[in-house]
Design a protein around this ligand. Structure first.
Ligand SMILES: Cc1cc2nc3c(=O)[nH]c(=O)nc-3n(C[C@H](O)[C@H](O)[C@H](O)COP(=O)(O)O)c2cc1C
Length: 195
């Protein structure tokens, strides 16, 4: 079975630089033999996580999103850094997807446990979203996902893409290929569970 990767961005806006970066990573992963499902979190509108809502009426969208996570060996994630951390829309999605459903153990983490992830960020700042990506590592590690040590940061991202959304510089494009290759390699070695 080919490695199946779910690709998502932490920004939902049209013209997102992180979505552009993610598209390139998804292409690089496909070129290396992975089956990539790209989703937009805008298509999965979720309420802010609320324990009472979880108990009374677990959102169908959260179930759908969780099923997608469960059905893939790993994840490609590009997220903007918001005030030094992961974007709220991404964190909220992770929080819902991490919750047990259908009688699962509280800490089953079935959508994340044993999976692999590759992270990237595009930022208008000179630091390329480094703090956000570091935060994302911590969050994904907490839900038992192995995050590749390779990562791709694109600083000054508002000037990094040409009119066709290709990266102007060769180095980040090369790093994206390396990241995609590593995530695929980790998935092949670790054989994460899919359901
Ligand atoms: C609420 C908010 C907080 C932000 N905080 C940071 C930050 O801490 N560090 C940073 O590099 N950029 C920050 N930015 C700027 C983003 O890097 C920039 O808006 C980027 O283009 C967002 O990604 P997108 O193009 O994928 O939507 C922030 C933007 C917003 C809207």
């Amino acid at each position: 079975m080919p490695v199946k990767l779910l690709a998502l961005a932490g920004s939902t806006r049209a013209g997102s630089l992180n979505q552009a970066l993610l598209d390139l990573a998804a292409k690089a992963a496909r070129e290396r033999g992975a089956e990539v499902t790209e989703i937009r979190l805008k298509d999965y509108p979720l309420p802010l996580y609320d324990g009472d809502l979880e108990a009374s009426d677990f959102p169908q969208t959260a179930r759908d999103l969780k099923a997608l996570f469960c059905g893939h060996h790993g994840f490609l994630i590009a997220s903007p850094e918001y005030n030094g951390g992961v974007s709220g829309v991404l964190k909220n999605a992770i929080d819902w997807v991490s919750r047990p459903t259908d009688g699962e153990n509280l800490i089953a983490l079935s959508a994340f446990r044993g999976k692999v992830a590759g992270l990237m960020a595009a930022s208008i700042s000179p630091f390329g979203g480094l703090r956000g990506i570091t935060h994302m590592r911590q969050v994904l590690g907490t839900v038992q996902t192995l995050v590749a040590t390779e990562q791709v940061l694109v600083p000054f991202a508002h000037g990094a893409f040409d009119e066709n959304w290709a990266l102007k510089e060769a180095l980040p494009a090369q790093l994206l290929g390396g990241l995609a290759a590593r995530v695929i390699e980790l998935a092949e070695k670790l054989q994460p569970p899919v359901s």
